[in-house]
Ligand binder design. Sequence first.
Ligand SMILES: O=C(O)c1cc(=O)[nH]c(=O)n1[C@@H]1O[C@H](COP(=O)(O)O)[C@@H](O)[C@H]1O
Length: 268
Amino acid sequence: MNPVLAKYERNGSLLCVGLDPDLAALPESFRAQAEPQLAFNRYVIDATREYAGSYKLNAAFYEARGAQGVREMEQTVEYLRAVAPDAVTICDAKRADIGNTNRGYVESVFDAMGFDAITLHPYLGSEALSPFLDREDKLSIVLCRTSNPGAGELQDLVVNGDPLWKHMARQVAETWNTRGNCALVVGATWPDEMRAIRAVAPELPLLVPGIGAQGGDVKAVVDAGLDARGGGLMIASSRGIIFAQDPHAAATSVYEEIEEARKVTHAR
Ligand SMILES: O=C(O)c1cc(=O)[nH]c(=O)n1[C@@H]1O[C@H](COP(=O)(O)O)[C@@H](O)[C@H]1O
């Protein structure tokens, strides 16, 4: 089994905490520190690691600070390896380029920084993405149906009789996932599309952002996206947890809501 998915199974939690420490939104007590994002992340991780099955770090919030931010992203991954070794670490960088350039991203994200997984744009095709897809020890998470309101502009275009997002899901499930190391991004804001994606990709894990600040509904996500074994989802919330008054309480509450919905749906 893919080692990242083995970690995910061991851990058992469908909750993904998004570590998106927008500097401008950090409490002053963290902004005043020499390593503000690292300090804030450690605080959030300590408050949530009891319930988080995965952590997703969106590179934009770190890269915004240049080399120092990237260093703090890397140190956060080191911290996670030490205190939450069974939590999957996802670099949300939505990378993709031609093949040999992708090798640079692979070395940066998987080897230098040590992430377990990365988010990818599919537009260049699997030939270009092969440096990611060849990595049997990592997880490539391909954008399928994004959470934003304008997602349909391109993703709803009809290709071979299906909307592009459905075509994408089938393509990844049937041809890109030969090494068992692929997953899909499906926004929580689109439960109907998620149900159709689950039907054509019954075994692919789905990374599902869009609950919390973007208004997606946990029960609808679990109902539409759970796989036949009662798992297969990484349900992600960033602002709704990390900027809550009490991140521990916020993570506990989302975790419990997921578990409740999971029991009800899986029992059917
Ligand atoms: O790939 C992603 O994670 C992603 C895909 C998508 O369709 N929508 C989406 O919001 N995201 C990311 O998920 C996170 C959502 O953050 P919150 O809305 O604060 O929970 C951000 O890091 C987004 O960049």
